[in-house]
Design a protein around this ligand. Structure first.
Ligand code: FRU
Length: 489
């Protein structure tokens, strides 16, 4: 039973102060954002404001489980060192007492405008979702608009249920503002497009992407390298091995449009990340380009840091720079990651069956590999009493498989623990950049043509990594220890 009473920012801050030291840090990532105590999910309100990156996120301070949603807040100058700034918004109003759900930010001169979903309980006891606005001039303290909610359930088309109308993406157009929201109708998930001249009066412009999955969540919309990119999550997308590996998928479409996804001609529809746990991505347009992050472990059902009583849960993905090439997203880790590279081991060897390559690694490590082979090659790390975390490249099948089964704490809940991605370029060569930070592994393939991310909670992992091949493999491998104290290599 959820308790939908209003809660203030002060109440949350007091709780955090009192309970922060109860948290167990064993799986805390060193350079990925996480909460000081409590649960986080989706990144929200990503923006570049007054010379800093700001990231907000869905936050429930009072346990390591999902609960009445607040917005937590971090800032960073380099997208790797995130400073916690506390609670930006709490469910403290009649229209958002059951949750301050996901949304986005828009910088308007000296003002940071947030648009989010306020969830409230209606008189019949059912929940409804409406769109609200908050503003700040210092980037820390936010004032909710007295006219909230600005897009109400009375503005909904009659076939959209009021409890599934959320996650506004706000952006400017030549004639004012647009906001796109996730919703559903009898056919399945859809995106509703609203327009406004002034952020106060809103009107429904149209509906887009109708009938995808059961429901959509977290739409986002950017122009990248001259292409329009619509990003959203799909609940209940039919699985397609190698392409859409599970039913909860963060997907994107590229195409062309005039500042308005209604009438958007989609040229491609793909998963953003082909790994195990990547969900609710959001991007920002900043001085370094379009940068995307997301929430892990996503709607997995099982979160070891909660089950183990560590009192925190959830990590934001390593920010990635986005480009579009041939209608497909290219995602590369932000360049600043190179500054964390400390000790390194380099190898250039030809492996044969039964003659592996071995080395030692830390809990925060990076492997940069260039492999040439015609038979299967496997990298294993975080080996404990189980098989370890396995990444398998099969050049014949042109696939890459990530397998966490038997590595550390079991997470086999709603999401799979083994997944295979099609690579789409049979060439006998591959480049891999694998970045591991305690409880998260992110694998960038062939310069960001594919990315696979996973959560992993190793038990008493030993520190050996092993690369094996079932044929002949020419391997160039550099393994770095990553240290959050900035170092130039
Ligand atoms: C996605 C999501 C959003 C919603 C938020 C609630 O993970 O379900 O649709 O706004 O989480 O925390």
């Amino acid at each position: 039973m959820n308790d939908w009473r209003k809660r203030s920012i002060q109440e949350a801050e007091d709780y955090i102060r009192l309970h922060q030291s109860d948290v167990k840090e064993r799986y805390r990532p060193a350079f990925h954002a996480s909460a000081p105590v409590g649960w986080i999910n989706d990144p929200n309100g990503l923006c570049w404001f007054r010379g800093m990156y700001h990231m907000f996120g869905q936050y429930h301070p009072y346990s390591a489980k999902w609960g009445p949603m607040h917005w937590g807040h971090w800032v960073s100058s380099d997208l790797l060192h995130w400073e916690w700034k506390g609670v930006a918004m709490a469910p403290d109003q009649d229209y958002d007492h059951a949750g301050v759900f996901s949304g986005t930010a828009l910088v308007e001169g000296d003002t940071l405008v947030l648009m989010y979903t306020g969830v409230s309980e209606m008189q019949d006891g059912k929940l409804c979702q409406q769109q609200c606005i908050a503003r700040s001039t210092d980037g820390i303290h936010f004032v909710k608009d007295p006219a909230n909610p600005v897009i109400r359930i009375s503005d909904l088309p009659p076939d959209v249920p009021p409890r599934d109308f959320r996650d506004p993406k706000l952006f400017r157009t030549a004639d004012g503002y647009r906001a796109i929201m996730a919703a559903r109708n009898e056919q399945g998930g859809e995106i509703l497009v609203y327009s406004s001249p002034d952020l106060a009066e809103w009107k429904l412009e149209g509906r887009y992407a109708e009938g995808i999955g059961r429901m959509l969540e977290c739409p986002d919309y950017h122009r990248i390298d001259g292409e329009d990119v619509l990003i959203f999550c799909v609940i209940g997308l039919p699985e397609e091995p190698g392409r859409f590996p599970c039913g909860h998928t963060a997907a994107y479409m590229t195409g062309k449009t005039k500042e308005n996804p209604v009438g958007f001609q989609a040229e491609s529809f793909e998963a953003v990340d082909l790994g195990l746990n990547f969900y609710a991505p959001q991007a920002l347009d900043g001085p370094d380009g379009c940068i995307l992050t997301a929430w892990l472990p996503g709607p997995s059902g099982i979160v070891p840091t909660d089950e183990l009583g560590h009192q925190w849960a959830g990590v934001m993905a390593l920010p990635r720079i986005l480009h579009v090439k041939d209608g497909k997203l290219i995602q590369e880790p932000v360049g600043e990651i190179r500054k964390l590279r400390a000790k390194k081991q380099c190898f250039h060897e030809v492996l044969t069956e039964g003659v592996p390559l071995k080395g030692k690694h830390e809990r925060c490590s990076e492997w940069v590999m260039h492999l040439k082979a015609d038979r299967e090659v496997v990298l294993k790390f975080f080996k404990g009493e189980g098989p370890g975390f396995c990444v398998t490249w099969d050049p014949e099948a042109d696939t890459l498989t990530m397998d966490r089964d038997g590595c550390g704490y079991d997470m086999s809940g709603k999401l799979p623990s083994k997944v295979t991605a099609n690579l789409g370029r049979k060439s006998g060569e591959i480049t891999l950049d694998l970045i591991v930070d305690n409880c998260i592994a992110e694998l960038f393939v062939n310069g960001g043509e594919r990315v696979m991310s996973a959560s992993v909670y190793p038990k008493d992992a030993d520190d050996e990594w092993v690369l094996t091949s079932s044929g002949s493999c020419e391997a160039e491998v550099t393994c770095y220890d990553l240290s959050p104290q900035e170092k130039d290599v």
